[in-house]
Design a protein around this ligand. Sequence first.
Ligand SMILES: NC(=O)c1ccc[n+]([C@@H]2O[C@H](COP(=O)([O-])OP(=O)(O)OC[C@H]3O[C@@H](n4cnc5c(N)ncnc54)[C@H](O)[C@@H]3O)[C@@H](O)[C@H]2O)c1
Length: 358
Amino acid sequence: MPVVVVTGSCGLIGSEVSMFFARQGFQVHGVDDNHRAVFFGREGDTSWVLEHLRRQIPGYRHAALDIRDREGVLALIDQVRPDLIIHTAAQPSHDRAAAIPFLDFEVNALGTLHILEATRRSCPESPFIHMSTNKVYGDRPNAIALKETATRYEYDDPAFENGIPEDFSIDQSKHSLFGASKVAADVMVQEYGRYFNMPTCCLRGGCLTGPNHSGVELHGFLSYLIKCNVEGREYKVYGYQGKQVRDNIHSQDVARFMFEFWKAPRVAEVYNLGGGKANACSILEAFRMAEQKTGRPMAHRYVEENRSGDHICYYSDLRKMKAHYPGWDITKNLNHIFDEIAASWMARLAAPTANSIE
Ligand SMILES: NC(=O)c1ccc[n+]([C@@H]2O[C@H](COP(=O)([O-])OP(=O)(O)OC[C@H]3O[C@@H](n4cnc5c(N)ncnc54)[C@H](O)[C@@H]3O)[C@@H](O)[C@H]2O)c1
């Protein structure tokens, strides 16, 4: 039975990945010390997810280990010697990082180095999949010519008709401290691939989402937006008239891509893993879709100033992923994603103790 170590196993992506790989017959070792509750407080608490993983995954093993603990990480990877490492543990918020710069860098950059080096020492042949982010491109996508429609911004340059490709520059733009710590991790993961010939890949995520997300204002755009709609809570829109565009990908499609990489790993690869053009929407469009799904009006307030370094329009060019892995495609469209998240929040808020994961 192949063994996978999933860091951040109680997070949105980590929990989905853990369930998915368990279904593929893997022994799952999760690593998560519930740091999300440290970053975001009670609302970010993921202990309910851990209970769920323990109930649902036969033989699930868990280490409540802080990935900043170098000796702990080296010892764990050496003891487990996994066949696959999926690294999703992170401080994931663009906006939160400025208030906690040391913690953000230690978790995102140094924590990643700990796991990479532990892998090199104990199981260098095992594929290493790192969740990176489109924030590594900084605000450079904002320099692309745009056109404005009634509900969104759209690229007005044929070179980006299919979205942002992987060779887009990550240099000389504003990233936020989070984006910068993730650049450090991303480049280090690539370097362990190129320098040590290890099968590593960086997945530069767009908006990753799904019904398992503990969405909070500072992280988890769609999950939080739909939660606000269901609760009748006010959603704050920061700048760009609410026409800023994001591409959304269901966490199951993320896990499915990881499985393709596991079956045919490559060295030092980088992929822009988002929903692509077809799964992109603006905040205004997301409001209308949420209202249609729940039948409840969307309360919102407009704040003139945009979030620092925020993308005006971003969607991933999926062509490289599809060329390298023709068996992979998006299986959950935007409509489906909205249905699932709305149903999940309605159930979770109606019976808060009955949090559930599909
Ligand atoms: N969700 C998105 O929209 C999105 C978009 C692009 C990239 N990403 C990336 O995907 C990855 C996963 O994101 P997510 O949305 O699942 O985040 P998440 O916050 O839901 O999950 C991260 C998990 O890591 C754990 N963790 C954090 N610091 C830790 C530490 N020091 N030691 C052990 N565990 C720790 C947290 O407790 C949490 O459960 C991150 O690298 C993030 O940057 C996410």
